[in-house]
Design a protein around this ligand. Structure first.
Ligand code: 2YX
Ligand code: ZN
Length: 372
């Protein structure tokens, strides 16, 4: 018993529903992972994150290695103990965050040298060090250390970057070793180019992983190009392993990705938007800051069971947002995360019932009604 397994229970077109079993619990797929970057899903207690229906959350190697430090988290019992979350945790491997956050970066075959965006201290991330950090954190699903090129980019540069990531994938696999009950996911790169995506998928399968991510997307290419790539890239990955699309996304991105065979996603959007007053509802996005909500006694979304929708009016949420009260971020984050989990639950149900097409049509029809 390896402690990590994936089973599909139904498919509807390319959409799939099933479950990932880990030592720390089962993840219903398709799954959305809230982002807990610095050992907290911002403005949420762990029990509140669980109450939204989340089965797994995401942590970040980059942030945790800088603060409080991976060895310190290990000394304190690991990330689950440290942040009081006993369900599964997936950790990203750090390469993407280094390129988007760190100062003074130097990329070589060995890895990436960089300066901390927090205090300017110097650090080096390599496949080996990333695997060690994710082991010290106690991550249930570990991501390979990779390089994610910013788009648009010359095909030659994308090819060279992908081939570096594949060499790093092999080093990640070798360094990960044998950790029963823990999984290592490979990350497909190759930009928007079919041949490069295929070369990457073949290289990863040659090495062998417990799951496969579609990386290198949600980097500014836009939804249309992302969907064009998702029309072929996931199909190149093993059908019996989880497929994880990194960094996605808006609700309609998520629906389109599930439709194209994606099983797992993560994004900071629902939590970050909760803090900036952007609220996701079945009818589209509500900007609670807008004066038109000042006297509106209705809840955000009649169909939502979250504390914000059960206990408060739009008028109240408008007031506490404008007054910059802490309860605003708490309630809007909870609502957004609940909305995302309800979206995933709705798709899991529809795929199991063979009605995904109708469900998707209703999803788009509700958003077309407007006047929210
Ligand atoms: N609010 C907000 C908001 C901020 C950023 C984003 C885009 C996130 N996109 C994204 N994250 C990624 C992480 C990734 N991690 C790794 N290791 N590799 C990737 O290729 C990769 C690609 C990604 N693409 C989306 C929404
Ligand atoms: Zn709600």
């Amino acid at each position: 018993m390896t402690g990590f397994s994936f089973s599909l229970s139904a498919t509807d077109g390319k959409a799939r529903t099933g479950a990932i079993t880990t030592l720390r619990g089962t993840i219903r797929t398709p799954a959305f992972m809230p982002v807990g970057t610095a050992a907290t899903v911002k403005a949420m207690l762990p029990e509140s994150v669980a109450a939204t229906g989340a089965d797994i959350l995401l942590g970040n190697t980059y942030h945790l290695m800088l603060r409080p430090g991976a060895e310190r988290v290990d000394r304190l019992g690991g990330l689950h103990e440290f942040m009081n979350w006993s369900k599964p945790i997936l950790t990203d491997s750090g390469g993407f965050q280094v390129m988007s956050l760190a100062g003074l970066r130097k990329l070589t075959e060995e890895g990436v040298a960089f300066k901390s965006h927090i205090d300017g201290s110097r650090h080096m991330l390599t496949p080996e060090r990333s695997m060690e950090i994710q082991r010290l954190l106690g991550s249930d699903i570990v991501m390979c250390f990779d390089e994610c090129p910013a788009l648009p980019a010359e095909e030659k540069a994308v090819a060279e970057s992908m081939r570096l990531s594949m060499r790093w994938a092999q080093r990640s696999r070798d360094a990960f070793g044998d950790r029963p009950g823990h999984a290592l996911f490979g990350i497909q790169q190759g930009g928007v180019t079919r041949d490069l995506r295929a070369e990457s998928a073949e290289a990863l399968q040659e090495i062998g992983f417990d799951g496969y991510a579609v990386g290198g997307l949600a980097v500014g290419e836009g939804q249309e190009i992302m969907f064009d790539v998702l029309d072929f890239a996931p199909d190149m990955l093993p059908v019996d392993k989880p497929r994880y699309l990194m960094g996605v996304g808006k609700p309609d991105d998520i629906v389109g990705a599930v439709k194209r065979g994606i099983d797992m996603m993560d994004c900071v959007l629902p939590s970050r938007s909760g803090r900036t007053g952007q609220v996701f509802t079945r009818r589209g996005v509500v900007n609670i800051k807008n004066a038109r909500h000042a006297d509106d006694p209705r809840p955000l979304d009649e169909g939502c069971s979250c504390p914000a929708c059960r206990g408060y009016s739009r008028a109240y949420l408008h007031h506490v947002f404008r007054a910059q009260e802490m309860i605003s971020g708490m309630l809007l984050t909870w609502h957004n995360l609940q909305y995302y989990q309800d979206l995933m639950a709705g798709m899991r149900e529809a795929i199991a019932a063979g009605t995904f097409c109708d469900w998707e049509n209703q999803f788009h029809a509700d958003r077309a009604l407007g006047d929210i």
